[in-house]
Design a protein around this ligand. Structure first.
Ligand SMILES: [Zn+2]
Length: 461
């Protein structure tokens, strides 16, 4: 999840193997979800018959109980406020639960997802934290209690029997002191639940690199950082997109980011991408010192388009704007996205934005040709995902570069849009080049021009 731009994905890379159509999510009823209460042993000892049903490694001195209908009242009596809130919002019928069901439908409910709600107000061991990530979290007032607390994380993995398990870990201290004070307030808590839930769905290795190397020397990642690969940015950005489907203020902050023509991306001096000439020869970049390290700042237009796909805000933007504008309503767009993510949930090698373009365009063409699509006066051309990614990367990639990245995913089928897009690309770029050269950047206006183009009947098939 993000932490003032900073975020950890499930850290269990180190510990484990690491980490439908038109809203048709009703077949999912969350039967594959469990919620657990993790707290100091003395608290859990009050729950008769408690046991570690999922075998997760616990912080020293902590114990666990699965929350069921028979002990839910006792849990609510014992749990601190933010854990109570998460538990209540995860119950069937809430807005959050409907969206969580949609996220779990990415794997068609194949991942058994466990939520671990940790009362970590008295701190956890840093050296014996089990399968939880202990981090020093500042209080909202900026001070520190000098203890370690559970950092939000999520991951999904294959068990030896071939079934899939997901883990979402949330601690009271971070939710109270940090998360609930972010844009959106308590909606930001719902955002992080969705973000970590998404991480349970793209199972097993989430990047081809080992460990934290994609995060750079600081082993942290930030929403405005140019990361070490596209997959990291994809996974984080998609998770945050699902969070923003509920946390509107968070989405507004993202929109603001994209109007900012000033310095707003950074690259660690010691990181995978720091070694690419395309980035280190950018004369306009500026350096600053963070601790003992050098970081480099870039404006949007300074970052070569290809490397913008290594940044999670850009992935969030792609999915969020597809959800907002990629179909005549958000449920339909959400179903298209679900189709795209479902094609990636077990295949690490497909988690790329250009592959998302392929899947989304195929789904749009299928829909547009269907009776429902024929009757839909507000449907969009399947050119839209290709144009949206081009806008996000300020139309800077060469056609060859764009097509090569697309072909590296080895799609088993190409939409008509793939061919059509590159015959129309220059004309589409002409429509928006004034918007993207402006300061502040007229990103929203450019986006609306693309939507208008894609709603024009002559451009739809
Ligand atoms: Zn994350």
């Amino acid at each position: 999840m993000r932490k003032n731009n900073q975020c950890f994905r499930g850290f269990s890379l180190l510990v484990l193997t690491m980490i439908c159509f038109a809203g048709a999510v009703s077949g999912q009823n969350g039967q594959n979800m469990r919620i657990h209460f993790v707290a100091p042993r003395a608290v859990i000892n009050n729950f008769a018959g408690h046991s570690n049903t999922t075998g997760i490694g616990l912080p020293a001195g902590y114990d666990i109980v699965q929350i069921t209908s028979s002990n839910a009242a006792a849990f609510l009596a014992a749990a601190p406020p933010r854990l109570q809130y998460v538990y209540q919002q995860l119950q069937p019928g809430t807005q959050l639960r409907r969206r969580v069901n949609e996220v779990q439908n990415i794997s068609r409910d194949s991942v058994h997802v466990n939520y671990y709600l940790v009362d970590d107000r008295t701190g956890i061991s840093h050296t014996s934290s089990g399968n939880f990530l202990g981090v020093r979290v500042n209080r909202n007032d900026g001070t520190s209690d000098s203890l370690y607390h559970v950092w939000p994380s999520g991951n999904g993995f294959t068990l030896s029997n071939g079934t899939f398990q997901g883990r979402v870990r949330l601690g009271e201290y971070q939710l109270e002191e940090d998360q609930s004070h972010r844009d959106g307030g308590v909606l930001s808590i719902q955002e992080v639940v969705l973000h970590e839930s998404f991480h349970t769905q793209l199972i097993d290795r989430w990047t081809k690199w080992p460990g934290y190397i994609t995060y750079g020397a600081d082993e942290m990642h930030y929403t405005d950082e140019i990361l070490g690969d596209q997959e990291t940015a994809f996974n984080e950005g998609a998770g945050t997109f699902y969070g923003f489907t509920i946390n509107g203020p968070g989405l507004t902050t993202l929109d603001d980011f994209f109007t900012n023509a000033n310095y707003r991306y950074f690259l660690e001096g010691q990181s995978v991408c720091a070694g690419y000439p395309e980035l280190y020869t950018v004369s306009a970049r500026r350096s600053r010192t963070v601790g003992t390290a050098t970081w480099w700042d870039y404006r949007w237009r300074d970052v070569p388009g290809f490397f913008l796909m290594f940044n999670e805000n850009n992935a969030t933007n792609f999915f969020a704007n597809f959800w907002r504008y990629g179909a005549s309503n958000r449920d339909t767009a959400g179903a298209f996205l679900s189709y795209a993510f479902n094609s990636m949930w077990r295949d690490t090698l497909k988690r790329y934005l250009t592959y998302a373009c392929n899947r989304l365009a195929i789904k749009m063409e299928t829909y547009n040709a269907s009776p429902a699509g024929q009757a839909d006066a507000n449907k969009l051309s399947s050119l839209f995902p290709f144009a949206l990614l081009d806008l996000i990367t300020h139309f800077q990639m060469t056609a060859t570069e764009y097509q090569e990245d697309y072909r590296r995913n080895y799609p088993n089928q190409n939409p008509r849009a793939y061919t059509e897009y590159f015959t129309r690309r220059n004309a589409i770029k002409t429509l928006i080049q004034g918007d993207i050269a402006a300061s502040p950047i007229q990103f929203s206006q450019a986006l609306q021009r693309l939507v208008t183009y894609c709603k024009t009947p002559a451009n739809i098939w």
